[in-house]
Design a protein around this ligand. Structure first.
Ligand code: CIR
Length: 269
């Protein structure tokens, strides 16, 4: 999209958190079929951190919180809005409290804005894209959370668009991401062309991935032209290479076992 550059999407620093030793108790829609495995997830996470570092990202690794099986999914705990960071009430009660260490770290660099009680939001429902915040209304992010967040971003000069997320889909970022300014990737069967119509009318390039590769719609793009993608999704890989990306593949199967994707494991600030 014309006029929107990488500068508005900071990729210089990221916070991540080690995988919890009780990751096998993480929330998972695969319950009973694929129990999340802490050791295997740690190996995947280590490769993920390497991939970030290869792109020159300065990565802060927080220690895991053993009372919180889902703590490696830091994306959900805080949302950076320009020079501030919104600390939400987590959308699942078992995760409430994960925000503290992230808040303390980001609070050294950014103004902290706390959500009011009763409002819930997971950071996985937010995509910052071309001076806009795309917001998922999901089972984790409620209307009070959305109203509060919209007020925060509006006061800082940003627009927002709300996407209704089917209850079978965890978050907006589970099925949508932006590999570079002006471009979104979305999963068929979870989101619809109508939802993106206003963005497409503005000139946004929208790349669909097939429903059977929906997990691969979550990618992380870098200014270098590299896009981090999950292993095992050949159509998505081909589509992204065709539009000019070099792909860096990370094996995410053991992170996926707890419904986590690439973006879930970091916050850029
Ligand atoms: C959860 O259900 O909260 C975790 N097992 C997965 C969180 C994934 N985070 C994300 O999509 N941003």
């Amino acid at each position: 999209m014309m006029g929107v550059e990488w500068g508005h999407r900071k990729r210089s620093r990221a916070v991540v958190r080690e995988v919890s030793s009780n990751f096998n108790q993480a929330l998972s829609s695969y319950f009973g079929t694929h129990t999340p495995d802490p050791d295997a997830a740690r190996a995947a996470h280590a490769d993920y951190v390497s991939a970030l570092k290869e792109q020159g990202v300065d990565v802060v690794v927080l220690p895991s919180l053993d009372a919180y099986p889902d703590c490696t999914f830091v994306e959900d705990t805080a949302i950076v809005v320009d020079d501030a960071v919104v600390i939400p009430f987590m959308g699942h009660p078992s995760r409430e409290g994960e925000q503290e260490a992230v808040r303390d770290l980001l609070g050294e660099h950014l103004e902290i804005i706390k959500m009011p009680k009763g409002a819930t939001m997971d950071g996985g429902d937010i995509i910052f894209f071309d001076q806009k915040f795309l917001i998922g209304r999901s089972t984790r992010t409620n209307d009070s959370g959305i109203a509060f967040f919209e007020q925060v971003v509006k006061a800082r000069g940003f627009d927002s668009i709300v996407f209704d997320i089917p209850s079978s889909t965890l978050h907006l970022t589970t099925v949508c991401s932006s590999p570079r300014p002006g471009m979104l990737v979305a999963a068929e069967g979870h989101l619809t062309p109508e939802q993106f119509a206003p963005l497409v009318a503005e000139g946004v390039e929208l790349v669909w991935v097939p429903n059977e590769e929906a997990y691969a719609a979550n990618v992380i793009g870098f200014e270098s032209g590299v896009v981090m993608i999950s292993a095992g999704y050949p159509e998505t890989k081909q589509v992204l290479e065709r539009v000019g990306f070099e792909t860096r593949i990370v094996e995410m199967a053991h992170i996926r076992a707890a419904d986590g994707s690439l973006t879930c494991c970091s916050i850029f600030y």
